[in-house]
Design a protein around this ligand. Sequence first.
Ligand SMILES: [Zn+2]
Length: 90
Amino acid sequence: MFADRNPTIDAETINVKFKEKGVTLPCPRCGHQKFNFVGETILSLSPSSLQNLLFESQIPIIIIGCANCGFLIQHAKAPLGLSRSHGGGL
Ligand SMILES: [Zn+2]
C-alpha cells in the first residue's frame, strides 16, 4: 500500500493492520493507490475541549501521504494496535 520511509515503523505491520481494518480505499483527492509513510506524532487536543474531560488529551498518530498529490491522512495508532501506550482516547 505504501513505502516504508521511517525505520522506526514497520511498514508491513501497518499494511497488515490496514488490511485487517479494511483501510484499502484510494486517495480521496486524486484516486491514486499508493501512499508513503510520512511519520508519527502526537495530536494534542485543545485544553478547553469538552472531549478532554472524557478522553485523553493527546492522541498518538501516524501520518501517511498520497504518493501522487501529497494529500495527508492521519490515523490514530491505538485502534490499529500500533500504540505502545493505551492512551489516546481512541
Ligand atoms: Zn492523492
